[in-house]
Unconditional design. Structure first.
Length: 223
């Protein structure tokens, strides 16, 4: 199986190529240059694999939540490439991609959503599959959902910024916090491969970002 994956949901831009269980990757701190950097990075990794886009079995992208602009870039590029090469495409949760970086089996993920809020989800790994314990939501860190049991690990930029609040919220649940975690194309490719091509959309128009929030900034009266 050959899967091309990419993520532009944060300030980083990453691309990965999954080839029959092995994953090559490239990544850079893009700032606001994702639209400029993404296609050249895709070409670079295909060249390293001595592949053309038409050799790929499917495309995967970081569907969100994350930066509104970044999610639209990744989805738009995925749809464009899929239409051009007649490839199936799938969006992968950035929250689950962060969880997949960990070898531990109980993961709380919190991504900074700005405006004093976080994107939050919790997962348990069972037989190499992630099961959702707390579905992805947008909330204030002090209102993060309660979780059962202990031995959880926290990760994601939400824990970097709201460390004290989330540590107090999950005082009885957490055993550790992994800091400076963000989504990577490598995990997006691996999660897509685990699903199988049958779960990909054959119509690229069906691939869509996951925003969780309908507005991107506070009004002056709300600040």
């Amino acid at each position: 199986m050959k899967i091309l994956a990419f993520d532009t949901s944060t300030e980083y831009c990453s691309v990965a190529l999954y080839l029959d269980g092995e994953t090559g990757k490239t990544e850079t701190l893009a700032g606001h240059r994702h639209s400029e950097l993404l296609l050249p990075m895709i070409r670079e990794i295909l060249n390293k694999g001595r592949l053309e886009l038409t050799d790929i079995d499917g495309l995967a992208f970081g569907a969100g939540p994350g930066s509104f602009t970044g999610l639209r870039i990744a989805c738009g590029v995925a749809q464009g490439l899929a239409f051009a090469a007649s490839l199936p495409v799938i969006g992968i949760s950035t929250l689950q991609a962060i969880a997949h970086q960990n070898t531990h089996d109980k993961i709380i993920v919190a991504i900074d959503a700005r405006m004093g809020e976080i994107y939050h989800a919790a997962y348990i790994r069972q037989e190499n599959n992630w099961h959702t314990v707390s579905k992805p939501i947008l909330c204030q860190p002090q209102h993060a959902p309660a979780l059962p049991g202990s031995q959880w690990i926290g990760c994601g930029s939400g824990f970097d910024i709201y460390d004290r609040i989330l540590s107090e919220c999950y005082n009885q649940n957490l055993i550790k916090i992994n800091y400076t975690c963000y989504p990577h194309a490598q995990e997006i490719a691996q999660l897509a491969a685990a699903k199988g091509i049958s779960d990909f959309h054959t119509d690229p128009a069906q691939a869509a970002p996951v925003y969780l929030r309908n507005k991107v900034a506070l009004k002056e009266s709300e600040r």
